[in-house]
Ligand binder design. Sequence first.
Ligand code: PCA
Length: 334
Amino acid sequence: MTVSHLRLPHLATAAALGVSLATMTGSAQAATEWDMPTPYGDRTFHTVNIREFTEDVREATDGELDITVHSNGSLIGHAEIKNSVRRGIVPMGEVIMSRLANENPIFEVDSVPYLAASYEEAWTLWEASREIIAEELQKQGLRLLFAVPWPPQGIYTNQAIESGDDLKNLSMRAYNTASERIAQLVGAVPTQVEVPDIPTAFSTGRVEAMITSPATGADTKAWDYLNHFNHAQLWLPKNMIIVSEKAFSRLSEDTQQALLEAAADAETRGWEMSQQETTDAIAVLKENGITVTEPSEALAETLKEVGETMTEEWVERAGEQGQTILDAYRSAGE
Ligand code: PCA
């Protein structure tokens, strides 16, 4: 937190009133400047939404809270963002929720294949899981501000995929444990690659296929190195915006309120943007020569089996907390 300016007119008034400078600087409303690292590029709708969010905060607080977005992992790499917020290196940041699956499987509830594969289901699942996820984060001194899903995940390849067999032995780019596991289960070979490194990973031959959204395919110009997208709609993983509770508590009550309101708006807007992005990005993929298909019966069969296996594995790992989420999700869907 840096103090960027003191309000001189107020100081002058204070001096005239005989208030000591020490008292004044203690209570003066200096603008708070925050740096916010995010993992994804400027073209990504998530980043566009976050910038709009910071603009809303600036406006609502009359510039008292000034958040600078550092996109594309430029300030802090994705792998380090969460711990950087936790350790107070930066006050807030964005991460994909499922990246924290190694801490607690509930963070990857949104990446279980076919558990929630439409926006409606994804929203119901989010409502069923938000509180428990927020509580887990709170234990680490982190406050959850909002979460926004990526469009449904599909499979990019260099040839048409007729059945699960066509995925065997492909080196497949992964971004979380679920995309890694699905690759393993179809007999492919997963490699973790962050979005900013996708073009290089393909051009150097490190990977030859990937599971991601139409959005990320369009953002990374997938047509430069791939020609098929299978819109399998496996899951809708979410990015979440977290703030250090300590940094949050240092804000004035009004500023806290403004931040929370802007966050609620950003969540609503982000979910709408994501849906729109699904349509827009698929159109962009097609315009650039990518063949977009739906899974064949044979592929659907394989993916369904893989989904069932991964659901069982997740339920086993996620224990009681996982069951609580599933019960809430299923009863909301009835
Ligand atoms: N894009 C991000 C996460 C999911 C998505 O659609 C990625 O590919 O890493």
